[in-house]
Design a binder for this molecule. Structure first.
Ligand SMILES: [Zn+2]
Length: 400
């Protein structure tokens, strides 16, 4: 059995114990059928340690492939230990699973960002309540969600294909679902196909259309998975990429590229024009308010790490769910219903939250440092990143 097959079988075995673990698998079906349900966590851990040694000793393995497999396997061991009862702090877990050290921000940092918003946000009263009320004016009416979302997908796809030739016949379907801990999810099926689910339990604000379309679709998760399949699985035969373990360093690159890809596909000025000319009219919202709305969104983005801080304090046991909800309302400016959904996300995915904003910051720094200011070069570096085995720690070290 080669190392790729051993790795895939181990990931699938962990998936029998942890329903959220295997995000995608499109490799040989007999690898999924074997051993089903029969491998204990202790045995998986033993096999994983053995495989780490084997991969470490393999002298013929491509060095990037080897580093990647070792990084993924170390995270697999950490996840198995967590499933066996090991409790890690938020920071230790992020390091063990995602190969990064999350930054720490003080409460003062967020208070300052909220104060800056106070001067710009229309209305009176405390910023959190005022922002929730303000943003409520920009909800997409449910009957128009699909039309708006489809238009955003078309825009993301059109801009992506100008720079990245996609595999022929790549496609995805969109499904609308309810009662999930997330707002959107891409389920990659293999064969360049995805199912993208959008959670409609909570109101969908207009800015989420482009964000979700680019993040889940183009040039985000759908494109990332399709390029990995084409470049690594089909061209090189690296079958370890047919499985995607969610709680692993791969997720930082996946979420980071999916978020960075939003502004790469639609830079601010271009996005505002598209929102004004296409999406706001489709949603029945006033196009004259686009610039004002996105100026406020830019200030709100400075609060992006507030959610990580809530998660860290909550998961480390410093605050309870009520305290975390209060923090999210005050510093992440979430409506109470959104904050409660976010606690479900923390309970399910834990330190995974850092993959979105820290991932985005690391990917942006890597792409911009490597490519310089040229948009074409940035797309080229981004596309290369979407087609490579890359560990988060290498993202911050490499100067390609
Ligand atoms: Zn994502």
């Amino acid at each position: 059995m080669n190392v790729a097959e051993s790795y895939v079988r181990l990931v699938l075995a962990v998936g029998k114990h942890d329903a959220d673990y295997v995000d995608a698998y499109y490799g040989p079906s007999e690898w999924a059928e074997a051993d089903s349900g029969s491998v204990s966590l202790a045995e998986i851990e033993r096999r994983a340690h053995k495989l780490v040694d084997e991969v470490g000793d393999a002298s013929t393995l491509d060095p990037r492939r080897k580093a990647y497999l070792l990084g993924q396997l170390r995270a697999l061991v950490a996840r198995v230990q967590m499933l066996r009862g090991t409790r890690l702090s938020f920071d230790a877990e992020a390091q063990a699973l995602y190969d990064v050290t999350p930054p720490v921000n003080t409460e003062q940092h967020f208070q300052d960002a909220v104060s800056r918003l106070d001067g710009t946000l229309p209305g009176r009263g405390a910023v959190p309540e005022r922002y929730v009320k303000y943003r409520h004016q920009f909800v997409i009416p449910p009957a128009r969600v699909d039309a708006v979302f489809q238009a955003a997908i078309t825009a993301g796809r059109e801009r992506t294909t100008r720079h990245i030739p996609l595999p022929p016949n790549e496609s995805f379907v969109v499904e609308y679902v309810t009662d999930k801990p997330w707002s959107g999810y891409n389920w990659y099926q293999g064969g360049y196909r995805s199912v993208i689910q959008v959670n409609t339990s909570l109101p969908i604000y207009i800015d989420r259309a482009v964000d979700l379309a680019c993040h889940e679709g183009y040039p985000g998760h759908h494109v990332y998975n399709a390029l990995l399949e084409r470049t690594l699985v089909r061209e090189r035969g690296w079958l370890e990429f047919t499985v995607y373990p969610l709680f692993s360093p791969q997720s930082l690159v996946a979420e980071g590229t999916a978020n960075y890809g939003i502004a790469l596909a639609l830079p601010d000025a271009e996005r505002n024009a598209f929102e004004r000319d296409v999406l706001f009219p489709l949603a029945g919202l006033p196009p004259s308010r686009v610039d004002e709305y996105y100026a406020i969104q830019t200030l709100v983005r400075e609060l992006s790490y507030a959610g990580n801080e809530a998660a860290r304090r909550y998961l480390d046991g410093e605050i309870d769910a009520a305290g975390a909800i209060e923090w999210l309302e005050r510093y992440a400016l979430m409506a109470p219903t959104v904050a409660r959904q976010r606690i479900r996300f923390f309970d399910t995915y834990r330190s995974y939250v850092i993959n979105y904003n820290l991932g985005q910051d690391l990917v942006r720094a890597y792409v911009e440092r490597t490519a310089g200011p040229s948009a074409d070069r940035r797309w080229a570096v981004f596309s290369e990143l979407l087609s490579s085995p890359m560990l988060p720690s290498s993202l911050s070290e490499l100067h390609a």
